[in-house]
Structure formats: structure tokens, C-alpha cells
Ligand binder design. Structure first.
Ligand code: DAH
Length: 347
């Protein structure tokens, strides 16, 4: 009996299993009811009592050996089968969809970067504001048309048609952050405020009810209009390139005096005149001016001692001019064919 067990051990160890068929053959030969190991168990009856203990142990070990080998190969085969049926290793890899920055974010970050190089910090304020910060403290007359329901989204209007300092509304410009900064900080103040603004406009290629602005503010002793102009020239050449020229046209804003609008030379035609600049050679970029003394005083800053300049621009507008985008709606549609065109930008 012992010899037969040793013989079977060798046979089991040497049995080559290379696929489903030989695995099944192995099972039938050794592990089935009519197999070789079962036959040995049947013969166990005839083993003399004094050898039963030792032989029994050997038999059990033999069976364990065959079972382990069978299970091991069955698992291995099952695994190779799934790998083979589900994976074609010659197939090209699934493309990895890398995200891109939104063009508005790219330009906003670039604007922040340009101004931070000359000492401007970034400050932010709430999108849901009160009348005071959006209008009253910025010197808007109580009958100014911007306070009209037509232009402003009101969250809560405290009184009838008259503007009330407690009216709650969505800010129509980031100039409201100027007020918050001046209320809370002492000059010198040098800050820019990027953020979302809201206006009650029908959406079209040229207008949107949500867009982005960057507000700039510099308040200190002896700040002049020349400082403003030099800063804006620096900004324009950093954003649009060394060849760009700027011009300032007189304008009006309630919170600045004097006020101006700044144009840049058309970067499509280089200033010669084309259909983008409507033949003028110039493109309007931003509003600016010297902070009105009324605004300084309303925010608790001594207008005898300090002067300041401010400017504000639309980020969509700056992005349009920089990249030649001709429809505002593209910024909000998230069409991947549009967004992918800004793939190479790192900012
Ligand atoms: N707040 C103005 C607007 O939304 C833009 C602006 C103009 C901001 C002149 C300023 C400024 O700071 O000085 O149209």
C-alpha cells in the first residue's frame, strides 16, 4: 500500500496540466469516485490494524496533494481565460481626456498676474450686495438709470420704485468691492477685484446676463492721472503685446472725475481699420478715472490728503480682443470644441 501511495505521489507531481482538457483528465484519474485515490481508500479496509494510522495519514496527504494541484491549475486557467477574452493587448490605449482651463479663467489669471507684478493684491466681495455698495456710496444719483429694474436684478426691493440703501441685489459691477476695500483699509491701497457680475439683459452675441469684471483701485498720496495712464499702458502691452497702443477718450462714470474710456489699437488689423474695429483702428477695452472725492469721503477716506485712480473692465471683452472670439454665448455653452482651442495655455 505504501509503495502504491508513493508511486501515485510521483504521478500526481509529474502530471502536466496545460489546459482544460488535461485538467479534466487529471480530475478523472485522481479525484473522481472511480479514480485512483478512491480505489486506494477502498483498499484501506484490508490494511492491518497496526499500520492503519500511518497509512491513513499518507492517504489523506495524497488526496490533499491532488486536490491542491487541481484547484491551483483551475484558478490559473480561469484567470488566463478572462484576461484573454476581455483584453486585446494590441488595442490602442483609451485616450486620456485632459481638462483645459476655461478661456475666462486663463485671462483672469493673466490679468491678476500682470497687476501683481506691480504690487496689486486681489480682493473679493459678495455677489449679492446692497444698494449702498453697488450704487449710493459710488455716487450714483437716486434717479440713475442703472438702478432701474431693467438693468439690475433685485433680490429684495425694500421700497416702491425709490432706491433704498437696504435693497438687496445682484451686483452689476465689481466697483462695489472698491467700496468694501476703502471702508475697511487705510491708504495706501492697491488692489484688483475680479468677479462675476449680473445684469438684466437679454442674452445675445454682444450681451449676457452674467459676465466677469476686474476692478482696479489705487489710493495713496499724490496719485495722478499720469500714474493711471502709465499703469494702463503697462497692462495693455503685457496682455496684448509690445506693439499695442492705447488711447483715452473722455467719458462719464458717477464714481470717477475725470473719467475716461480706454481703447487699444486693433490687434486684428494693427490699427489700419478692419471689420472687427469697424474701420476705426481702435477697440474699446475699459473704463477708468480718478476716484471722485465724494466716493473717498463716503468710504471714510480724507479726500484732501489722498487721491486715487480706478478702472474696470470686462474679462469676456478682454478675452474677445485677445483671442478674436466673436460671440459672448460661447463662454457659457461649454462646447468642448470651443474649450479645446485653449489647450496650449498654461496659466
Ligand atoms: N463699473 C464700470 C462698469 O461696470 C466700469 C468702470 C468704469 C470701473 C470706470 C471703474 C471706473 O473703476 O473707474 O461699466
Amino acid at each position: 500500500m505504501k509503495e502504491r501511495i508513493a508511486e501515485l505521489r510521483r504521478e500526481i507531481e509529474e502530471f502536466g496540466i496545460d489546459g482544460e482538457a488535461s485538467l479534466e483528465q487529471f480530475r478523472i484519474s485522481f479525484l473522481s469516485k472511480k479514480g485512483l485515490i478512491s480505489a486506494l481508500f477502498d483498499g484501506f479496509r484490508n490494511v492491518p490494524p497496526d499500520a492503519k494510522r500511518e497509512t491513513g495519514q499518507l492517504l489523506n496527504d495524497l488526496k490533499q496533494l491532488a486536490t491542491d494541484k487541481y484547484n491551483e491549475h483551475r484558478e490559473r486557467l480561469a484567470m488566463t481565460e478572462t484576461v484573454q477574452s476581455s483584453t486585446d493587448l494590441s488595442m490602442p490605449a483609451i485616450p486620456f481626456g485632459e481638462g483645459t482651463r476655461h478661456p475666462i479663467s486663463i485671462v483672469r489669471n493673466e490679468i491678476i498676474d500682470i497687476f501683481s507684478r506691480i504690487g496689486f493684491t486681489v480682493s473679493e466681495g459678495p455677489e449679492i450686495e446692497d444698494d449702498n455698495h453697488v450704487f449710493t456710496l459710488l455716487n450714483f444719483a437716486s434717479d440713475h438709470p442703472a438702478r432701474d429694474m431693467q438693468d439690475t436684478f433685485f433680490i429684495e426691493k425694500k421700497s416702491g420704485t425709490e432706491s433704498d440703501p437696504h435693497d438687496v441685489l445682484l451686483r452689476t459691477h465689481t466697483s462695489s468691492v472698491q467700496v468694501r476695500v476703502m471702508e475697511n483699509q487705510k491708504p495706501p491701497i492697491r488692489t484688483i477685484s475680479p468677479g462675476r457680475v449680473f445684469r438684466n439683459e437679454a442674452v445675445s452675441a454682444r450681451a449676457h446676463c452674467i459676465f466677469h469684471q476686474v476692478e482696479g483701485l489705487y489710493v495713496a498720496e499724490n496719485v495722478s492721472f499720469a500714474d493711471l495712464k502709465q499703469t494702463l499702458l503697462y497692462f495693455a502691452t503685457e496682455l496684448f503685446g509690445k506693439e499695442v497702443r492705447i488711447r483715452l477718450r473722455p467719458s462719464f462714470f458717477p464714481f470717477t472725475e475725470p473719467s475716461a474710456e480706454m481703447d487699444i489699437s486693433c490687434n486684428i488689423c494693427g490699427g489700419k481699420g478692419c471689420n472687427v474695429c469697424k474701420g476705426t483702428g481702435w477697440l474699446e477695452l475699459l473704463g477708468c478715472g480718478m476716484v471722485d472725492p465724494n466716493v473717498l469721503e463716503a468710504c471714510g477716506i480724507d479726500s484732501e490728503k489722498y487721491t486715487g485712480y480706478a478702472f474696470g473692465m470686462g474679462i469676456e471683452r478682454a478675452t474677445m480682443l485677445k483671442y478674436g472670439v466673436n460671440d459672448l454665448r460661447l463662454y457659457f455653452e461649454n462646447d468642448i470644441r470651443f474649450l479645446n482651442q485653449f489647450r496650449t495655455e498654461i496659466l
